[in-house]
Write a protein that binds this ligand. Structure first.
Ligand SMILES: NC(=O)c1ccc[n+]([C@@H]2O[C@H](COP(=O)([O-])OP(=O)(O)OC[C@H]3O[C@@H](n4cnc5c(N)ncnc54)[C@H](O)[C@@H]3O)[C@@H](O)[C@H]2O)c1
Length: 388
């Protein structure tokens, strides 16, 4: 098969590498730096397996920023473009998807397009009507950043938003590249497949919010959160996983996907969906208040990312904590080695870890790290299990 993958991000790159084991894959991105990196076998994202596969495996993978080169002759075009949430329109911004669809319709109208980006419910159906096309399928993506390729080699499930021969053919392509056997595969209509993605992420956000609310109570009442969560989780219906308290859920997907789901519930009776977002806002306010109550002269923000192994800080909870501290005129400094700038959000970035430790009389971190164990007495975190 000849496959084009549009968007060299977490989703697009892991798809491209997975499929390039057995197919001719051309990845396309508007960012020339990313294209150049792929062509010199370097990963633009931090992902151990992607780096390993790019350098060690025989992949039929090339990258380009030339649309004709990418789409011409492709059997499938996988769309992995960003869908940021537009607060004013209360909807994902799907312009990048539509730009790709328009190019494919013009250059190679026979290709089957597969949307891997997260979209609102009903989007694929509306897109078919808008462009008067039928050659487009939605298939949700469930990977975790940092483990993007792993999650496609060992997928939790494959969901395809169409019941058809070509849907089965696409699922077979994903399975051919995977290492796991007997992958549960479900075919359904596109709107239900879109719903699966949004409801799965909203559930994860709700779970984070729930364990965080346990922690807020325990923190204020002087109880041992870990004892409570350990005890709660041992019920097999609940489970001892994805239960680590944090400053709030964040990252690229959970905040925008819960916002989108809430907007879709505009005229639908609900309490829980809206409460997930409210709970996260309350949690971040609570964390900010706990830091302020310690009256630090200088609060040190250790890392901006959500997770210890993350290489980006898109919509991380700590950024809202920073906003809260700034509003309260608490002086804060940041340690974030991936930043080259001297300031972030108006705060001073300290490049040297020892200088940072000295300058901060409290060190605020979402996740504990070995690097700050020597100043454990200064650290404020809610991390209990050192994961997620
Ligand atoms: N990151 C995740 O963990 C994750 C997981 C599941 C689903 N998703 C969804 O997948 C989509 C992509 O997410 P991501 O994290 O991979 O995004 P990303 O920002 O890492 O990558 C998107 C890439 O698309 C490129 N792009 C933008 N417009 C383009 C165009 N017209 N043609 C070609 N390339 C274009 C961008 O330059 C960028 O490199 C989003 O809808 C997201 O919600 C993300």
């Amino acid at each position: 098969m000849k496959i084009a993958v549009a968007g060299i991000g977490y989703v697009g790159l892991s798809m491209a590498v997975l499929l390039a084991q057995h197919n001719e894959v051309m990845a396309i991105d508007i960012l020339k730096e990313k294209v150049a990196m792929i062509n010199s076998k370097k990963s633009p994202i931090e992902d151990f397996l992607i780096t390993e596969y790019l350098t060690m495996m025989k992949l039929k993978l090339k990258a380009t920023s030339d649309r004709v080169k990418a789409y011409k002759g492709a059997d499938y075009v996988i769309i992995a473009a960003p869908t940021d949430y537009d607060i004013e329109r209360e909807c994902f911004n799907t312009e990048a998807i539509e730009a790709i669809v328009e190019d494919v319709v013009e250059i190679n109208p026979q290709a089957v397009m597969v949307i891997k980006s997260t979209v609102p419910m009903g989007y694929t159906k509306a897109l078919k009507e808008k462009y008067n096309i039928d050659n487009i399928i939605f298939s949700p993506e469930f990977l975790r950043e940092g483990k993007a390729l792993y999650d496609n080699l060992y997928p939790s499930r494959i969901i395809i938003g169409e019941k058809s021969e070509r849907a089965e053919e696409f699922a077979a392509l994903l399975k051919q590249g995977a290492k796991k056997s007997n992958i549960q595969t479900i075919y359904m209509d596109s709107t239900e497949a879109e719903a699966v993605k949004l409801y799965a992420n909203a559930y994860l956000a709700m779970r984070v919010a729930y364990f965080n609310e346990i922690d807020t109570y325990a923190e204020l009442m002087g109880l041992d959160t870990k004892a409570i969560i350990d005890g709660v989780g041992l019920d097999p219906r609940i489970g001892s996983y994805y239960n680590n308290p944090s400053f709030g859920y964040g990252g690229y997907c959970l905040p925008k996907d819960t916002s989108q789901l809430k907007a879709l519930y505009r005229n639908i009776p609900n309490n829980l969906i809206s409460a997930i977002l409210d709970s996260n806002t309350t949690r971040k306010r609570h964390i900010t208040r706990m830091i302020m109550d310690k009256s630090p002269k200088v609060a040190g923000i250790y890392r901006l990312s959500m997770k210890a192994d993350s290489d980006n800080f898109r919509a991380s909870a700590i950024q809202d904590i920073i906003g809260g501290l700034k509003d309260s005129n608490i002086e804060a400094v940041i340690y974030e080695p991936s930043l080259t700038e001297d300031t972030f959000a108006g705060l001073r970035v300290i490049k040297d870890i020892d200088d940072f430790k000295k300058a901060s009389d409290i060190i605020v971190t979402n996740r504990i790290s070995q690097e700050i164990q020597d100043v454990a007495h200064k650290v404020y975190t809610r991390d209990l299990y050192n994961r997620d």
